[in-house]
Design a protein around this ligand. Sequence first.
Ligand code: HEC
Length: 87
Amino acid sequence: MKKIMTLLCTLAVALPALTVTAAAESAKALFADKCSVCHGLSDATSMRMDKAGWTETVLRMKNSNGAYVTDEEARRIIDYLTENYGK
Ligand code: HEC
């Protein structure tokens, strides 16, 4: 019984962390998937911009260059880029 409680407690602590990692992973995967269609990912990863800069860039890719991302995907990619390639 004590073992089960320990297991449950471990899960309760570990699960939120796993969820966060999964969300971060899939934002990264989304970026890798959607933003490598026309040019290398390094076009983006070599740059450092604040959120306004990434918003402008991602929306320009979406609206002018024809990147196929939904509004929700664009938002997640902007957040991912701001977090990892911010300045
Ligand atoms: C449909 C084709 C296409 C897709 C998909 C695409 N891009 Fe681009 N991207 C371009 C073109 C064309 C250029 C160069 C001309 C320009 O800057 O508009 C470019 C240039 C860039 C640059 C260079 C700097 C700049 O501001 O021009 C960055 C950064 C960039 N893209 C980021 C992204 C990101 C992030 C994504 C994913 C959301 C993405 N791109 C998806 C076509 C695309």
